[in-house]
Design a protein around this ligand. Structure first.
Ligand SMILES: [Zn+2]
Length: 284
């Protein structure tokens, strides 16, 4: 009961919702029908000033919370983990930590960076991730914002990336995560034309099953403590609604300022590191 009490203290279970774990027959899982997809980027062994990088010890605390959530089986929203960009830490840090807890994840890969860009996985590493049972999706060819792409560029970012991943992995790739979360109707139509059946966005919302053609996700920052993460899974969805409002304001700012100026301001507030992988075009 200690774990459950801890979940209760963290706010996973509301005061109105009594714990009913005893009533669930042994061996029977009771998965909720709503999913909250979480978006991670790079993991680092030590603390980082780059907001999207998460210290591995903090990540482990997130995972330990998810394991308790799975065991408790009394939350209305289920966590799903995703990683964008294809950073080397996916295979070096994230995968072993996930496997040791029997958790799975989806990894979205920037295909043109694979085996080329320092700090990102090579094809052998990506194949080992796939062979270990993790799901691989695409994240563009060169991480261009798709809303800025010409038709020919969309073909490269969407078509070439999918075909290359499929060729190198020997498996079908049907999911795409949008670089920078940017999309519009034209981008979604191009994704469908290129063979993707599901597009993962950065819109923070819980998804009902069965999943639709677009899947919202919550960007996870290095400063997010597990106690805060736990509140996301409260049945009332208050925190998610607040994040949804903040997301819409951010989108309005992007529309007002334009992507270029917004990116410069975001680089200041997110403490990107100039000249590093965390500071270049790889954000989001
Ligand atoms: Zn990205």
């Amino acid at each position: 009961m200690n774990d459950l009490n801890e979940l209760y203290e963290w706010g996973c279970v509301s005061g109105e919702m009594p714990l009913r774990v005893e009533s669930i027959p042994e061996g029977q899982t009771q998965q909720p029908s709503r999913r909250l997809f979480l978006l991670y980027h790079e993991l680092r062994p030590g603390e980082s000033r780059y907001s999207y990088a998460i210290e591995s010890g903090m990540f482990e605390r997130h995972l330990d919370f998810f394991v308790r959530l799975h065991e408790a089986q009394n939350c209305e929203i289920w966590p799903e983990l995703t990683f964008d960009d294809g950073h080397s830490s996916d295979v070096e840090i994230a995968a072993p930590l996930l496997q040791s807890r029997e958790l799975t994840a989806r990894f979205f890969i920037t295909a043109g960076w694979t085996g080329k860009k320092p700090g990102y996985m090579g094809w052998a590493e990506l194949r080992s991730l796939h062979e270990a049972g993790f799901t691989i999706g695409a994240h563009g060819w060169s991480h261009k914002l798709l809303t800025h792409c010409s038709d020919a560029e969309l073909q490269t970012e969407l078509g070439r990336s999918r075909l290359t991943l499929e060729d190198k992995l020997g498996a079908s790739v049907t999911t795409m995560s949008l670089p920078g979360g940017r999309y519009n109707r034209r981008v979604l139509a191009a994704c469908a034309d290129s063979g993707y059946t599901q597009v993962y966005t950065s819109v923070p919302r819980a998804e009902s099953l069965p999943l639709g053609a677009t899947v919202g996700r919550l960007n996870i920052l290095g400063s997010m403590q597990p106690e805060w993460i736990a509140k996301l899974f409260q049945p009332d969805g208050r925190i998610l609604r607040r994040l949804g409002r903040r997301y819409r304001m951010k989108e309005a700012a992007k529309a007002l300022l334009g992507d270029r100026l917004y990116a410069r301001i975001w680089a200041l507030v997110s403490r990107k590191e100039p000249g590093t992988d965390g500071g270049g075009k790889g954000a989001e």
